[in-house]
Design a protein around this ligand. Structure first.
Ligand code: SF4
Length: 302
């Protein structure tokens, strides 16, 4: 299902269909300005959106993707370049998924959208043993469906709603459980080279997104309708980050900034920095690696 309508910018006094207390209007206005500034900066820093881009905005019904769409719409009307935004949701056929919520919301704000339908829920529940987390397979299937749609429709960018805290958490997951210094980049070329994925919320704190979603009263659809438990490793990392932030406020922001200020010569990856040539005199030949392994405990003759 798809509609093509003009794209208005919503005022901050969106319909109050939920009972949560909202922050006062001046605070909500300040928050909206901060989010626009941070998203605008991420777009500029990473060249996320160019003139003529067709951006597929992936909308799950969670607070992050609602906020991403909302801020992108606000920036679209004042951006220095022209680009198209289309919201796309994948209905994965989870039990009790309220299929009317997103179409109703998107029509109310006049955004062009498509709802895709694919029963990944049945696949995941069939394949993943009971009690195990289903999120990884579920996300892979979702990504596959969305990428296929993006290719068929000729979208030039795919926007995902991951935020600053997701980027930091992924960095620690890779560090602690995969012995890798790598994370979730703000801009990424898909493995098959066909898609450019952008994360416009890369600089935005989750806490701010939660407050913004509340201020805007987005009709949130929970992502646990499937009954899946959160991945244990991720839970551990989130707990650690929460404790850090409580004990040392600002630490997550410091780590987030560090992810954008990497000094390969101060780390230990010879593939990233040419340590071999560093300080080499040039007149002496580099010795063969094997010659240095004489004392290797793995050498049975040693
Ligand atoms: S919580 Fe459920 S719907 Fe959300 S990613 Fe995990 S398995 Fe998929």
């Amino acid at each position: 299902m798809s509609t093509a309508l003009p794209v208005p910018v919503l005022p901050l006094s969106a319909p109050a269909s939920r009972s949560h207390a909202r922050p006062p209007a001046h605070e909500a206005g300040r928050l909206a300005r901060r989010l626009r500034h941070q998203v605008g900066r991420a777009i500029a820093d990473f060249g996320m959106i160019e003139d003529g881009d067709r951006v597929m905005v992936c909308l799950s019904g969670g607070k992050d993707s609602y906020t991403m769409l909302d801020i992108l719409l606000q920036l679209q009307s004042r951006a220095p370049v022209k680009f198209e935004l289309v919201a796309v949701n994948l209905d994965q056929k989870q039990p009790d998924f309220p299929a009317h919520v997103l179409p109703q919301y998107l029509e109310s704000i006049g955004v062009q959208y498509t709802i895709l339908e694919q029963d990944t829920y049945s696949v995941v529940t069939r394949v993943v043993p009971e009690g195990k987390t289903m999120c990884s397979l579920c996300s892979r299937l979702r990504r596959g469906a969305l990428y296929t749609h993006a290719e068929q429709q000729g979208f030039t960018k795919i926007a995902l709603g991951h935020h600053r805290d997701d980027l930091v958490a992924t960095f620690f997951l890779n560090l602690f459980f995969h012995a890798k210094l790598s994370g979730m980049p703000p801009k990424l070329l898909s493995d098959d080279g066909k898609h450019v994925v952008i994360r416009p919320l890369a600089y935005v704190r989750e806490e701010d997104i939660a407050a913004y979603a509340q201020a805007r009263q987005f009709p949130i659809i929970p992502c646990n309708l499937c009954g899946s438990q959160e991945n244990l490793q991720r839970k551990q990392v989130m707990k650690m980050m929460d404790a850090w932030e409580r004990e040392s406020p600002g630490r997550i922001e410091t780590i987030s900034r560090a992810l954008g200020d990497i000094r390969p010569s101060q780390l230990s990856d010879p593939a990233l920095f040419d340590f071999l040539s560093l300080g080499a005199r040039g007149d002496a030949p580099l010795s063969d690696t094997g010659a240095w392994l004489a004392g290797d405990p793995g050498d049975s003759n040693g």
